[in-house]
Design a protein around this ligand. Structure first.
Ligand code: IMP
Length: 425
């Protein structure tokens, strides 16, 4: 059995796209299990850049089955755009399968996300993610299968929902609501175009696992954006953690063989919320400039800071990480000194475990250890031995602090700029 779950070990944007792409080349099946078009993966293949939001990176390989699982919230308009964009560049989407159980992001969800963001200040991507998951949990959402079956029961429920959402939009926010029939026509037309991709994806993934195929579960966002285990309320509304792969793909935990945590060699975050190692000085600017730290989905400048080993140890625990992929190590090439946070000072005491309250985290000051930088270009290194001693010491310090070994190290954006330790498949 060879099923690997890949998760972000920090606040998302860890460079998962590149690692997923690297593993997708070896996988028979790649599965997205949570999130929606709030995610953004940039992958580079043969000098071409691809920005994917909903479709798994495996789509670039014609033999790979690509699954959008039931845990993903589907914005049909965005999905159709993405399919069209790929097809126009000669990439087939015949191997794409979308869960019939996936909740649909409605235009009113996006509108409400945008309106609520004006006062809630979570810093969401305004893609309707929170409102769609809220409706799913509240049992007033709609799934892909509803828009295909178009039963009378669905139409009545949908009409009532549009009227309800219109009251929120018009009476609270004084903006224009939606017309039920127009919306129904628009959505059923989109569902019709997506019909050939829809399937019972849990069954397909199960079959792949049973057949001994290599299956990669591709997490979006990161551990600290998890609705339960992240820095609540500054989180997304899904389960980016490894456990999310079970519910979001419809498989049991016994199907998973390895869990790979992707961690940037430093830390970044977009949106609001506490971030203990955030830098507001020249080092932070340098990280942002060297790491090109601007969001794939919203273009926002990412907040940057030193690596936080408290977070990484927490990610090991919450996800059951078996391996690390350390990305963007080359971004640290020019630093004379590099810091790693190993604990937090809170009201005079030292915390070594990640606190559960975001306000407590906001009041924490990081305790650092310092390591000398290697101050040389590592972008050409292809083996671990080719890395300078000080870079290897940095990696080994991360392993020592977390108890988990690396299996991949990225030293640049290209697929070839990847150092391989343990094989995952
Ligand atoms: P939402 O997922 O749009 O509801 O946004 C909630 C929080 O998650 C905000 O702080 C976003 O910036 C953050 N977020 C959502 N998706 C991503 C991502 O792919 N990378 C990094 N942060 C994200």
């Amino acid at each position: 059995m060879s099923a690997v779950v890949l998760v972000g070990a920090q606040w998302g944007d860890e460079g998962k796209g590149k690692i997923t792409d690297f593993l997708a080349e070896q996988a028979n099946c790649v599965v997205r299990y949570q999130g929606g078009s709030n995610a953004g993966h940039t992958v580079e293949v043969a000098h071409e850049q691809f920005k994917l939001h909903l479709i798994p990176s495996g789509i670039l390989y014609p033999e790979t089955l690509c699954v959008v699982g039931n845990g993903v919230v589907v914005d049909m308009e965005k999905l159709l755009e993405e399919i069209k964009g790929l097809n126009e560049r000669g990439i087939s989407t015949d191997n794409l399968k979308i869960s019939l159980r996936a909740p649909v992001v409605m235009p009113y969800h996006k509108k409400i996300d945008e309106l609520e963001e004006r006062s809630s200040k979570i810093g969401t991507t305004k893609r309707g993610i929170g409102p769609t998951y809220a409706d799913k949990i509240n049992r007033i959402g709609f799934r892909m299968s509803d828009l295909v079956e178009l039963t009378d029961n669905f139409k009545a429920r949908f009409k009532a929902q549009v009227e309800y959402k219109n009251r929120i939009i018009e009476e609270i926010y004084h903006e224009k609501g939606f017309h039920y029939q127009d919306l129904l026509d628009q959505l059923s037309g989109q569902a019709e175009q997506l019909k050939k991709y829809l399937a019972d994806t849990s069954y397909l993934v199960y079959q792949a696992i049973q057949a001994g195929q290599k299956v990669l579960f591709e997490g979006a966002q990161g551990t600290l954006l998890d609705i339960d285990h992240g820095t609540y309320p500054y989180v997304t509304s899904s389960h980016p953690i490894a456990g999310g792969a079970c519910t979001g793909a419809g498989i049991g935990p016994t199907c998973i063989s390895r869990v790979l945590g992707v961690a940037k060699a430093y830390t970044t975050r977009v949106g609001e919320g506490p971030f203990p190692t955030e830098l507001f000085d020249a080092d932070g600017e340098l990280l942002r400039a060297r790491g090109a730290e601007f969001g794939t989905t919203t273009g926002r400048a990412r907040r940057c800071g030193w690596l936080d080993a408290v977070i990484l140890r927490y990610a090991v625990r919450i996800n059951g990480l078996t391996d690390f992929a350390i990305t963007k190590l080359d971004v640290l090439d020019t630093f004379e000194t590099i810091k790693i946070c190993v604990g937090y000072k809170y009201k005079g005491t030292l915390l070594t475990e990640f606190p559960e309250n975001a306000d407590v985290l906001a009041a924490c000051t990081p305790e650092y250890i310092e390591m000398p930088g290697w101050q040389q270009d590592i972008t050409g290194a292809t083996t671990y031995e080719e890395l300078p001693l000080k870079a290897r010491e940095y990696i080994e310090k991360i392993e020592e602090l977390t108890g988990v070994k690396y299996s991949l190290i990225a030293v640049g954006p290209k697929r070839a700029q990847t150092i391989i330790g343990n094989k995952l498949f």
